[in-house]
Design a protein around this ligand. Structure first.
Ligand SMILES: Cc1cc2nc3c(=O)[nH]c(=O)nc-3n(C[C@H](O)[C@H](O)[C@H](O)COP(=O)(O)O)c2cc1C
Length: 214
């Protein structure tokens, strides 16, 4: 039996008060991201759980790496033909959630995902090491394959054919940008009286700010 009922922790590191937050959630995200990097010691602060609604009607969550965030949104890269890629093509409503446990913080973003333009994907693809570029070409992400050897042989064949040449970005690989509609910041507090501040995007990027009960 694995009884985990005694696993509990008091959250005491910080607080999230209306008197100390910006009008725009991207600014607060920026502050929290850099604090997680600087003080948190989490090794992959840009790892984010992406949830999509699948073609089968089920939500599915998996980790991707956030590669950029701006006022316009949050960018990650993937295979457009993967399960998540097909899910987004059918239903662009997605959720991104970060858990920075060393900071006792969570951020949950609901938004609309759309493909970024090809030139921007090219620029990012070009910055990747050759091995990652070839991996993106080799992997028909989310398809069933016969064995690991199948992948390794395919990689070897590609390495030979691209030796000494530029490796082009495949059309089926690129970025998605998630435009946020709602961003919730959660700061753990003692006695389970956590701080939860939610920003909701009203018209033209004016943000309504509410405190939610923990
Ligand atoms: C730490 C970590 C980072 C990952 N980064 C990415 C990523 O940036 N892009 C990506 O497509 N998959 C990434 N993956 C793999 C995904 O979690 C997932 O297995 C893959 O994208 C296939 O998902 P799908 O079949 O639901 O489309 C990462 C996994 C982990 C654990």
């Amino acid at each position: 039996m694995n009884d985990l009922s005694n696993y509990r922790k008091s959250y005491e590191k910080s607080e999230l008060l209306e008197s100390n937050i910006p009008e725009d959630p991207i600014n607060l995200f920026d502050r929290w991201f850099h604090e997680a990097e600087e003080f948190g010691g989490d090794s992959e602060v840009n790892a984010v759980t992406l949830t999509t609604i699948g073609l089968d009607g089920f939500p599915k969550a998996r980790v991707v790496l956030l590669k950029k965030f701006t006022e316009e949104g949050f960018i990650f890269y993937t295979n457009y033909n993967s399960e998540k890629g097909k899910a987004i093509a059918e239903n662009p409503h997605v959720c991104l959630s970060f858990f920075w446990h060393t900071m006792e913080r969570q951020v949950i973003i609901k938004g609309i995902a759309k493909k970024i333009d090809g030139v921007s994907s090219d620029i990012y693809f070009e910055s990747r090491p050759d091995g990652s570029k070839l991996g993106a070409i080799v992997s028909d992400q989310s398809e069933v394959i016969s064995s690991r050897a199948f992948l390794e042989e395919k990689l070897q064949a590609l390495e030979n054919s691209f030796e000494g040449t530029v490796i082009p970005r495949p059309d089926h690989w690129g970025g998605f940008i998630v435009t946020p509609l709602e961003v919730e910041f959660w700061q753990g507090r003692p006695n389970r009286l956590h701080d939860r501040i939610r920003y909701q995007n009203k018209v033209d990027f004016t943000w309504e700010i509410d405190r939610l009960s923990p």
